[in-house]
Design a protein around this ligand. Sequence first.
Ligand code: SF4
Ligand code: SF4
Length: 440
Amino acid sequence: MATSLNADEIAGALATLDIHDYGDVLQCMRCGSCLPHCPTYRTDGIETQSPRGRVAMIKAVIDRRLQASEEFVEHMYHCLDCRNCQTVCPAGVKVGELVLEARHRIEEHTPQPLLKRFMLGSAIRDQKRLSRYLTPLRAYQLTGLQKVVRRSHILKWISSDLEFMEALLPTLPSRPLAETIPDVIPAVGKEKGRIGFFLGCAMNLVFAEVSRDTIAVLTRSGYTVVVPKGQQCCGTPNIAEGERKVYREMAEHNVALFEDRDVDAIVCDCAACGMELKAYRETLAPVHRVAHRAEAFSAKIRDVSEFLVAALGPEITFGTIAEKVCFHDPCHLRHGQKLVTPQRELLRRIPGVVFSDIPDEGQCCGSAGIYNITHRGRAMRILEAKVEAIDKTAADRVVTSNPGCFLQLDYARKHWNREWSLSHISQLLRSSLERGETMQ
Ligand code: SF4
Ligand code: SF4
């Protein structure tokens, strides 16, 4: 977030929004259809916390009727970028993306805090370095210190924010997935094709076993999986915070890395990565030397459910999992990639699964990158509403496919003593496929 503002420069920068974005601003007809779908409007009930309010504020700054003050900046960072408003807006206004554009203009014209510059400019570029930063946390868990800290509730007396962040922490793998898998993992049985696999930072460093499950499902389905070494962050955190220079460098690097690997598709099991990798065709479009290559790269990106629903043939036998299951749609899957049916179709193919929808039309869980830490109060109210909606399904298991959502729901499960278990869709599919194989 910004440290000191140059309101005039920000207003000037916002006024240079290209015709596409400014067209979006003008296109809002103030109908209000988006209001009941916006999580921040649902929690706060005020216009400035609504998509319509955010568009109006951006327009007012451009028209110089409103100063680009600290308050304006705060409002731009209150949005979760969940894009639920974009799903429902009859005029096609892309409010979430417009807010990110505003953050970019703010970031360009405001000195940024050192920690943010370090994280987005340096740390995030190298997953090996990120892994080294996690060493103290691994030691904290391996030595048993975590258990002592949790039992003593000592963090509550130091800082409730620290206690919350500690409670979010899952058990970390001893090594990132990238360091323990080969470049090429052959298909099991007859090869149907070769696909690439994108290793998101959180999946590689925190949910390594889940991505191992994803790869196992893909190879068991007949695909050779290529995992190029040296992948960098997809850039979602940079885009969310308004940073574009390092984002573009990382995006170009990722495009080049997969280029000569002769793969038909590039699969990822993190919804946020999937959305961003698909967006390279737009975000890299102005960079002429890479634009057409980014287009080809984005055209190959598939969310794991999107890929599997088309790739899993009738020869694949699923084993029975007799459970009542619901799916929490990550916003970047449902609203960002407009994928709603593949994950449901896959779950319904598992014998014994009784599927029910969470009755909230794809509301955010409040995770939204680091929103649950930077805006904890509102994020918890959003999470509470999500848990109430999950309760209505009476599910035994909640399934999702994004690391941030997983951490947030896992926190909720423990914090409010819910009995449902939680899985990434790859975990459930692998377990069902293995049961199916033993039946043959
Ligand atoms: S953003 Fe779309 S849905 Fe919301 S008020 Fe404007 S036109 Fe209506
Ligand atoms: S992206 Fe989400 S939080 Fe932001 S305005 Fe739209 S619905 Fe509200």
